[in-house]
Every structure is written in C-alpha cells, then in structure tokens.
Design a protein around this ligand. Structure first.
Ligand code: HEC
Length: 439
C-alpha cells in the first residue's frame, strides 16, 4: 500500500493566526530554549542529587552537597513548568494538526504526564524537606529511594514529550502507531533522548559551577569544600559530558529520517558543533587553571554555550519545517477544496426552491458538489456509495440526516435532515441508480 496515500490529511481550522507566522516561529524557538534550559537543570539536578547522596554514605561532605543541589531543583522545576506554557501555545498555533494528532496517538501516556509530574514534584519536595529528619532518624534508605523515585520520573516524563514532538514530524507513519510504546519506534527517539539527557547533565554542571562559584555564595553548609574545588567539580561534569555530545550528537544527526534533512540544516548544525568544539576547548583550558583563577572565564563559556544551544534549537526548527512542508501543503489544498465545495453548496441551497416540488435530479444538486459518479470529490464517489448501500436507499436517508465520521482522510459531511425523508429518499434512489450505472 502506498503509505502517503494513507496519511491523514485534515483540513485546516478556518482561523487566522493572531500574529505573523515568523513572529510565532521566533517565539517558539526562543521560548522553547528557555523552557528546556530549566527542564535540563531539573532533570540533571535530580540525577546528580541521587549520585551525590549515595557518595555521601561514605563521606558526609557529599551528602551536604547533595542537599544543597536539591534546594535548586524545586525552583528550576517550577520555572520549567511556567516557561513551558509559551512554547506549548506557539506550537499549538503553528502545528495544530500535527501536534494534536501526535498527542492523540500517544493518548494515555500523554495524559499521564499531568499525574506523573505531580507525583514527581511531591517527591522532590518530600525529599528536600525530610533531608535532616529522615537522615538523623535512621530512614536514610527511604530518603534515598524518594530521591531516586523523583529522578526516575524526571527521566521518564521527557521521554513522553520527546515521543510526541518526534511523532508529529512524520505524518506518513501515524497509521502504524498504536499508543505510546509503538511511537518509540518511529523516527529516532532514542538518540534524541540520549542527546537530551547529556545536555541536561552538561547544563546542570555549568549552572552549578556558577551557582556555587559565585562570589557571594553561602558555602557555610558545605564543610570540606572550597569554592575553587566546587567550580572544578561541576566544570568537569560539564566538560566530560559535553565531550560525549560529540558522539551522541552525530548519532542523533545521522539517524534522523531523511524527511527533513536539508543543506541548511547541516550548515546550522555543523556551525553549532564548531562553536561547541571551541567551548569544550575553553572549558578544558579553564580546568587546567589554578585555584585562584579557575572560573574567570565562566561568562565566556556561558555565552559560547548559548550560541551552541541557539544553533541546535534553530536546527531543530529547520528540520521540523522541512519534514512537515509536504503535509502542510496538502492540508492547505484540502482546505481550499473544502471551502470551494462548501461555497458551492451554500449557493445552491440559497437558490433552491421548496424541496417538495423538485425532481430527484434537482434534489441531487444538494449532494453533487461533493459526490460525483466516478471520482472522489470532497466525499466518496457514487460507485462506492452504491456498493455500500445496494438495495438499501433508506440507509442513505438515515446517513444523510445524521452523517457519521467514517473515513479518517475525509472531512465530516454536513447533515441534510432539513430536506425531509421524502426528498432524501428520492435522492437516495437516484444515487444508487447513478452509482451502479457508472460502474
Ligand atoms: C460538503 C460536502 C458534502 C455534501 C454536500 C454531501 N456529502 Fe455526502 N459525504 C461527504 C463526505 C466528506 C463523506 C465521507 C464522510 C466520512 O466517511 O466520514 C460523505 C459520505 C457520504 C455517504 C457514504 C456514507 C457511508 O456509509 O460510507 C453517503 C451515502 C452520502 N455522503 C450521501 C450524501 C447525500 C445523500 C448528500 C446530499 C443530500 C450528500 N452526501 C452531500 C461530503 C458531502
């Protein structure tokens, strides 16, 4: 079967965009990057806390550090959620059809995001506020498990998001998808996920190097650590994970389905990677500096990373645009065809005399804009209808009074109950006649 023929092509909503499209695109890319930054810090932070708290079993100073990092997660988590509203609204407007289709196809998992996020949040707060009481009260293991539970949820929730934004890119694959797990085999979810996880750790490392390294940071709870030591530690996390991105990034790029690959994409991604290389070089240079000077290039590194991230974010958009261009074009065509048929139909409706005096042929004008003997117009051809309703004109009458929604690739048919049973019956008989004659 021709896959493209099976691709659902809905018609567009008859609503104009509230602002120019390019503005929405700029907003989408920028808002998304702000959102994902805080998601990165939330996910990366919760993973680091699990590891640090575990190290703390041997040496208390790691436990104290884990506790301090945990304080940042709840704030970053709140920002991640609030900052998620902007990109969500933009993507709804720009890619309504593809976005909602992907949401619907991953149904249960998509809806599960809300309860899962709530549970993850409650666990992070529980973990943060019971740190001292549970640790001194002999419930350390329970405390660690709470942190682990939150971290595992934070690992899983982005996978659902990712499966969705990935699935929306490939309309020709939608037919194959039966829920969340089958959506994971579409496109290249896993490489995207690994790339995202690594970015989360790298960004968290960079953030914490700045957070604990800032001049007015209160390190009184962190006995056993010096400021330069903390800077070095988190710089290292950032540097080594970013180095790993030079494996994970190409893995992502070279497993991308061809649908959205353009020269423009390669130019953007490779320029971004070149700046990335420079960033890593500066980072490792920074690591070599002595205690007095480590951290002096922090803002340079932040700036370089911002350029890299902006490049990757733009590449992401360019890929999506190219991957969805044919689908959007088809939606536009379908919308135009539907609008024309509807206008024709309304014109006939207004011009029509009272139904009772009309012949079957005249009455059929109500349907002719969308149903032709042999070809599919807006609705199925009469040959197909005659096959389904052979010897059953009343079936057609019943359908025309209250049409259902049968063919996913076609729009909904408007109801014709106002014509009355007698007229519809005349039409139905004519339809069957024309349909079998046309065979
Ligand atoms: C504005 C376009 C339009 C007009 C006008 C229209 N139809 Fe349809 N019709 C459709 C579409 C679209 C479908 C397919 C709907 C689906 O399968 O979900 C359809 C499907 C049908 C079917 C097939 C139902 C089935 O069980 O598969 C019948 C029968 C039918 N129309 C009868 C009529 C009759 C009778 C009229 C006139 C009184 C009419 N249509 C006017 C668009 C139209």
């Amino acid at each position: 079967m021709n896959l493209l023929a099976a691709t659902p092509i809905p018609r567009d909503l008859p609503l104009p965009l509230p602002v120019p499209e390019w503005l929405l695109v700029v907003c989408l890319v920028l808002f998304f990057l702000v959102h994902i930054l805080f998601v990165n810090l939330m996910v990366g932070g919760s993973l680091l806390v699990v590891v640090l708290e575990w190290l703390g079993l041997k040496n208390k100073r790691w436990d104290a550090l884990a506790h301090e990092v945990a304080q940042t997660i709840t704030v970053n988590k709140s920002l991640a959620v609030v900052m998620g509203i902007g990109p969500l609204l933009c993507i709804n407007l720009l890619y309504t059809m593809q976005w909602y289709a992907a949401n619907a196809l991953t149904g249960h998992a998509w809806l599960m995001i809300v309860p899962l996020v709530i549970v993850a949040f409650l666990l992070t707060y529980l973990h943060k506020y019971t740190w001292d009481t549970w640790t001194s009260g002999g419930k350390k293991t329970l405390h660690q498990l709470t942190g682990l539970g939150a971290a595992l949820l934070f690992l899983f929730i982005p996978l659902i998001f990712l499966a969705n934004v990935n699935l929306m890119l490939f309309p020709s694959e939608w037919e194959k998808v039966k829920g969340f797990f089958s959506s994971l085999s579409i496109g290249n979810v896993l490489p995207r996920y690994l790339h995202f996880m690594a970015a989360s750790l790298a960004m968290t490392g960079l953030f914490l190097a700045g957070w604990f390294g800032r001049a007015n940071a209160d390190l009184s709870h962190l006995e056993g650590f010096t400021r330069p030591e903390l800077r070095r530690l988190f710089y290292k996390v950032c540097a080594y994970v970013t180095l790993a991105q030079f494996v994970l990034g190409p893995l992502l790029l070279f497993t991308l389905p061809a649908a959205g690959i353009t020269t423009e994409l390669y130019v953007i991604i490779f320029s971004g990677a070149a700046v990335g290389l420079l960033t890593v070089w500066v980072l490792f240079g920074e690591l070599k500096r002595d205690d007095a000077r480590i951290g002096s290039r922090y803002w340079l590194i932040v700036m370089l990373f911002s350029i890299v991230v902006l490049g990757m974010g733009s590449g992401r958009h360019v890929y999506r645009q190219a991957a969805l261009a044919p689908h959007q074009e088809e939606i536009k065509e379908r919308t135009e065809r539907y609008a024309a048929a509807l206008a024709e139909f309304n014109k006939n409706l207004a011009a029509a005399p009272a139904p009772a005096e009309l012949t079957a042929e005249q009455l059929f004008m109500n349907c002719a804009a969308c149903h032709a003997p042999n070809v599919k117009l807006v609705g199925p051809p009469l040959t197909e209808i005659a096959q389904i309703y052979a010897g059953n004109p009343d079936g057609i009458v019943a359908w025309a009074k209250a049409p259902g929604k049968k063919r996913p690739e076609l729009p909904q048919m408007p109801p014709f109950a106002h014509l009355g049973d007698a007229s519809l019956r005349k039409i139905a008989e004519l339809m069957l006649e024309k349909g079998s004659a046309a065979k």
